[in-house]
Design a protein around this ligand. Structure first.
Ligand SMILES: Nc1nc2c(ncn2[C@@H]2O[C@H](COP(=O)(O)OP(=O)(O)OP(=O)(O)O)[C@@H](O)[C@H]2O)c(=O)[nH]1
Length: 174
């Protein structure tokens, strides 16, 4: 069973004030950290919601500006075309992801997400049709609500997970 690694890298970085995917931590951009966190777990990686010549990019679906669910939908479409069974998603703004959490998700059965950060998750390609219907039907863009509605497993990770929303969050990690 193959997994497609996906970095969710769209959004507007309003709280950060500039493009946070390009912000540097330990001389690497946050986007590079995200790609590196996925590398041990997958053979192929795409970046969703951003065009970057270093990696394959996928467009959000059904259109941009819908938040992380749009990135997940676009990545699941790409995964289906490429013959993957599921996607392993990370955001571009959580640079210290524990490898154990990603290993747990990579080996989970079915859909599974991290309770404290549902952008870190595994979504089977078989959920694509339901996600497309969900997004077309009710306009609900809340990731956790969708995850619960499909019965995804919520994984409670016992340690805090650093999330960069504002420049001070990045300074605290540096
Ligand atoms: N592909 C894709 N990723 C998104 C989208 N919106 C947010 N993300 C990603 O999801 C993760 C969490 O994003 P947030 O911090 O909630 O939103 P943001 O727009 O980046 O930042 P704010 O404008 O400050 O809310 C980050 O990795 C974003 O890059 C989107 O519309 N498409």
């Amino acid at each position: 069973m193959t997994l497609l690694g996906v970095v969710l890298a769209g959004g507007r970085s309003r709280r950060f004030g500039s493009d946070k995917a390009a912000a540097l931590l330990d001389a690497r951009s946050l986007l590079e950290h995200a790609v590196a966190s996925l590398t041990p777990h997958v053979r192929e990686i795409v970046v969703a919601g951003r065009s970057d010549p270093r990696w394959c990019s996928v467009d959000d679906a059904p259109q941009p500006g819908l938040g992380p669910l749009g990135g997940i939908c676009g990545a699941l479409r790409h995964a289906r075309v490429r013959g993957h069974a599921a996607i392993l998603c990370v955001p571009c703004d959580m640079p210290r992801l524990p490898p154990g959490l990603l290993a747990l998700l990579a080996h989970a059965n079915g859909a599974a997400y991290t309770a404290q950060a549902p952008v870190i998750a595994r979504w089977p390609v078989t959920e694509l049709d339901r996600l497309e219907e969900h997004m077309a039907a009710d306009g609900d863009r809340a990731l956790t609500r969708w995850a619960r509605s499909i019965g995804a497993q919520a994984i409670a990770w016992p340690e805090p997970l650093a999330n960069i929303n504002r420049p001070a969050d990045l300074a605290a990690l540096s």
